[in-house]
Structure formats: C-alpha cells, structure tokens
Ligand binder design. Sequence first.
Ligand code: DGJ
Length: 529
Amino acid sequence: MRALGTLLAAVGLIAAVPPSPTPAPRLAHTDGRYALMVDGAPYLVLGAQVNNSSAWPAMLPKVWPAIEQVHANTVLVPIAWSQIEPTEGHFDFSFLDTLVAQAREHHVRLSLLWFGTWKNNGPSYAPDWVKLDDKRFPRVVTKEGEERGSLSPVFPETLKADSTAFAQLMRHLRQIDGARHTVILVQVENETGVYSAVRDHSPAAETLFAGQVPAELASARHVSGTWREAFGRDADEVFEAWYTARFVDQVAEAGKAEYALPMYANAALRDPFGPQDPLTFSSGGPTHDVLDVWKAAAPAIDLIGPDIYQPQSRNYEKVLDLYHRPDNATYVAETGNAAAYGRYVFTTLGHQGIGFSPFGLDFSGYSNFPLGAPKLDADALRPFAMDYELLGPMSRLLASLSYAGKVWGVSEPDAEHSQDLKLGAWSATVSYGQLQFGMDPPKGNPTPSGGALIAELAPNEYLVTGYLARVSFHPTDPAQKHTLITRVEEGRYEDGKWVFEREWNGDQTDYGLNFTSTPQVLHVYLGTW
Ligand code: DGJ
C-alpha cells in the first residue's frame, strides 16, 4: 500500500503519503527492569535541563548552542501554567509550538516539565488568578496556624484548575506532536512538597486527618485505623505525601486521558542516610521514605526520579540504590552541573538507568553555584559533553542491553580507588589513577572523575568503555586459571553498527585496558585454554 502510494506520488497522481506514525513512547517493564520505548525501541535519555527561566522563545537561541555542545539527545524544558493560561480558560501554546518545531530542527527529543501548583513548594509558576487568590486556592497552614506559600493538596478547586490546564496542554501536544513524538516524557509538577510545615492543618485537612486511612493505602502498607494509629510519629508526613501524590496522580490522569505519554515526578531529596526533621525537607514530596505511599497513591505516575545535588559518591550511590526498585525505573531527573557530577552517568547506567539529566545547561548566563558550576561555559559543559559524545552513538544499543540486564557501570568513588564487578562467569576490576604502563597501585585520579561501563554482547564478549579508568577481566571462579583476553577491538558505532578501527594488543592490553579522557570503545573477547 505504502509502495503504491509512493509510486503514485512520484508520478504526481496523489499528494505524498504521510509517514505512518511511530508507536507512542511508553515505559516498558520486565522482571524488575525498565526501558523507555521511543519509536518502538529502548531509548536512553542523555538529557540536559534548561534553566527555570529559559522557557521563552527569546531564550532558545541561548539554549541550542549549549545543547549541541553537550551532545544531549533530550532537552528538558519547563512549561509554566502562568504562560499557557494567563487568564482563566484562555490558552496560549505559542511557546510550546516554537519549542517543538525548533527541537525537531535540532534533532533532539523533549521532556516537558509541568510547572503548575508546585514548583519546589511554591506556586510561583501558577497564574496570578491562582496564586493571588488564597480563598479559592488555599495554602498550607502549619500546626501553629501560620500560612505557608505552598498550596494545599487537599482542595478540589486547586486540583480542578491545575488538571484542566494540564489536560489542555496534553490535548494541544497530541494535536501537534501525536504522530511525531518529539516529546517523549512529561514531568508532572516540580519537586512537590512543602517546606517549613510537615502537613496542612487547615480545617479541611484536619477533618481528613481525623478520619480513617484510605483503603488503598491501608492495604498497600498493611495498616488500619486513623492516620495517627496507622503511622504514629510519621503520620503527618505520610498524610501530606498521600494527598500530594493523589493530587499529582489526578493531574497526570487528566493529561493522559488526552494524550498518554509516560509521566513522572521528580523528588527534592532528604538525607539519604539518616533521620531528618521533616520541617527541613520538602514534606509530602516523593522522598525515599514515602516511595511506597506515592506508588500506592499515584499509579498514573510511571516513575519517580531523584534530583541529585549531592556530589559525594557515597550519597550519590545511596540515592540511586534507594530509587532503583523493582517498582521504579532509575531516572536521574536532575543532577548538578558541576564537574564532579559528570562521572555519575556511569553508575546511573549501572543502576539500570533509563536516563541522566544535568540541570541548567544553557548559555543564558545563569549559574546555580554552589549547587552547580560557577559559570556555565564550554569548560563547564565538557564533562557532560564527554559522556554524551561517548555514549550517544551507541545509546540505543545500551538501552536495549540494559533492558536485558546486561549492563554494568561504576563511577570513581571519592575515597576508594578500585571496584569489583561480577558479570557472571567473568568479573572485572575497575581501578583509577594508574599509569597506562605497568602495575603501579591505583591512587585515584587527582579529582575523582573516572568511570567505566561494561555491556555483555554475547557469552565471553563485552563492550567496554569509560574514562580515566583501568578495566581488568578475570574469571569469577578462582579455579579457572587459564584465561586470557583473546582479542580487543577498538572501534565506534555508526547508525547502530560496529565499525572496526584497530586491535589493541601488547602494551595496550598487558596491564589492563586503560581509558584516558579520549573517547574509546572496545569490544573485548575473553577465552580460556
Ligand atoms: C531543583 C529544582 O527542581 C530546579 O528547578 C532548580 O530550581 C534547582 N533545584 C536549583 O537550581
């Protein structure tokens, strides 16, 4: 049929047949592993989030050069409620239209960030008719009776207004992009929760709090009774988390009813290790301690991604461990843009990550130092550009292998200088801070910046890459002594195909496989004799 259409079009008898639409993006799930399916195949988000105030047509010329320099394949851009519905019931999608058109010209995909009722606790991105009307859209009230800036999650009018706007956004998006899928993900709200209050104590919230725990939550957490009876000291935070998640879920549902793209929530983190006073973190948001609550409350949210602004390797690993769960895909929704974070793409992939998105990558002149780099210029982009230059050409392959459970990745720790990976019959040691020649002990890079990635292509055959690291293979079974690297190919991926360039041997393999800051990809064949 298609061939006939093309033929008829070629001879000028009918207008050209439009390409058949690709399948809509979706999050696939098998055996506790995840893949973001884009155009019908696993996709790895090599993301870049723009600054909060860069989502205007006039700013896009300062966005695209940074995106090109960093080689991102996906750009995360806010869509502000105030921008699309400045007057109630009147919608303006001109920025979205411009953004989608320009993203296509720049051959990147988009993740839209819905800045609605919550943009880090406050409604700063809600229209004036919302944020100035606290009678119609009430705010969180503390235990002491003080109002906070954050809107309360328990009021149906707020939910109705937000979900109506979001549904209109998704409807418009389906109309302009439903066949092309330039937009592949949507974040619903931004870092929900409230600071300086644990939960809403407004009269409406107090009535709910005095009642029974909702049945879905009671059964998910095997509890019963009132909130206090069921959750004791944690009841206030769990209550806020439940109602915030229910709110976000219903906004997502309304959007998905118009256009069912994968939707996620991002998390402002609490201390990943210890107890923390809920007055000091974003209470009600999807912090690690309430992920079960969010999962029960928000089935329309496909995943919850941590925003990791903790550069210490111990913290980074812990946060990834906490959010990498059988019921949650690993996705670093935001991370710092300081150099220290560049290496963490490797451990993110090692946690079966479907994506990694440093924040604030544009040339608008803004820097969120000390969270990120002091200045956003080509030097600041370099660690991330190195990552994406290396991983971009093989990102589809890596996403497929990851979905099959065949990818391992590590990043250089702050204090230790070597790490062991069990790959099955083979193990690998990744070490840092050695000369390329000789067996000097690993002393770490001058600043921790190394990382390595290993993917099993076939039995005894591995794709190996990384930066500023040495990778050595050995058999997992110590009884198996006679093993060797039979062949090491260096090459590159072009259009998904391996292009051989040379073999490594002699000095290049005698002391392990040494990766520098030059992007290099190896195919390693292992054997026994
Ligand atoms: C986390 C938020 O989600 C971002 O929008 C931004 O405000 C950063 N914090 C800080 O730059």
